[in-house]
Design a protein around this ligand. Sequence first.
Ligand code: GTP
Ligand code: MN
Ligand code: MN
Length: 371
Amino acid sequence: EQQGVEAPVFSAASYACQRSTPQPGHNTLLTDSLAVLAESAELNGDEGRAVAFRRSEALLRSLDRRVQGVAELRGLPCLGEHSRRVIQDVLDNGKSSEVEETKSSSRYKAMKVLTGIFGVGVKTAKRWFTEGICSLAQLETSGHTLNPAQQAGLKYYADLNQPVTRDEADAISVTVEEAVCSVLPGAQVTLAGGFRRGKTSGHDVDFLITHPDEGKEEGLVHKVTACLESRGVLLYHQTTRNTYQESPEGAGRPRSNMDRFERCFSILKLVQDPVQVEADQTDSGCRPWRAVRVDLVVSPISQFAFALLGWTGSKLFEREMRRWAVHEKSMSLSSHALYDNNQKRYLTASSEEEIFAHLGLEYVSPSGRNA
Ligand code: GTP
Ligand code: MN
Ligand code: MN
């Protein structure tokens, strides 16, 4: 065994939901590199490869100190050959040639620009790229008919691609809480998503809404959007009603990780602090406001713990929890419920802690879910 100058070998559990993963972690050079490759795979529609890189990235982010050499990573789970090669390259040369090539490729750049438009997914962007569309200007002159989401996405492109700060999220929270409580007194608004995990910026602001009296929350999204609209702060919205009652997932696993809550993907107008506007005037023109993406999700109180867990993320953390549930516990976890396939019954929970306990997992607080 090699001893002496070398740092001790790391150890880590294999599922991200068994670990606490902070943001940003101690190995940002490595995790940023792997994130580019994961993103590139996502943009290619290669889900398997993307998840493999995301798992490697999350594992490195969970380590409690900086990696000095690949020898310390011996025996760690989640790190495939490809990831280890990239890590080695970054440790040896300060960067990975594959990552550099990816970042400078015209395909990656174009796909990032196009999928950066709200309402444009990988499939659409791919089709446009195949037609030679690489920029917003080319898209605008292409003659393609854009759906309402994409039109809004293009219109507010600059704003929506500028990260939302924690202060902005707090200001949006005030607006949303006021609207929710004016249409349904007693309703509870909880900040979910990346901000609940302690991230200092995000691509949107996610809210979960419920009411202590089950049933009172029904139809709430429409009332809230009507209220926001009357206040002149709703720039765009697309509402989906709750479809869980009509076709509950029943015994067996949910067909997809899309849930069935009443929800609204919206763009809100955030009126800015006059001082801030002064400072930002160069890039935001002279408008005293900016557009912010906001997700509103309404959950019945009986499903709230599951909804909160599901909408707090991260995406990979959720994915890993579901994988753990199925493969290690023979259970099906969704944002609505937890079903035990052995006992053939639903396990109820009124807190996230109870859900972790049902799954035989140690509780991970939101700030540790940045997998
Ligand atoms: P940023 O917004 O990029 O800062 O990160 P985020 O972690 O907040 O991401 P996002 O807003 O995309 O999603 C927040 C959480 O909601 C994640 O855990 C997602 O998995 C979850 N989520 C997003 N869309 C859906 C959906 O349609 N159904 C379910 N069940 N969960 C979703
Ligand atoms: Mn979010
Ligand atoms: Mn969101």
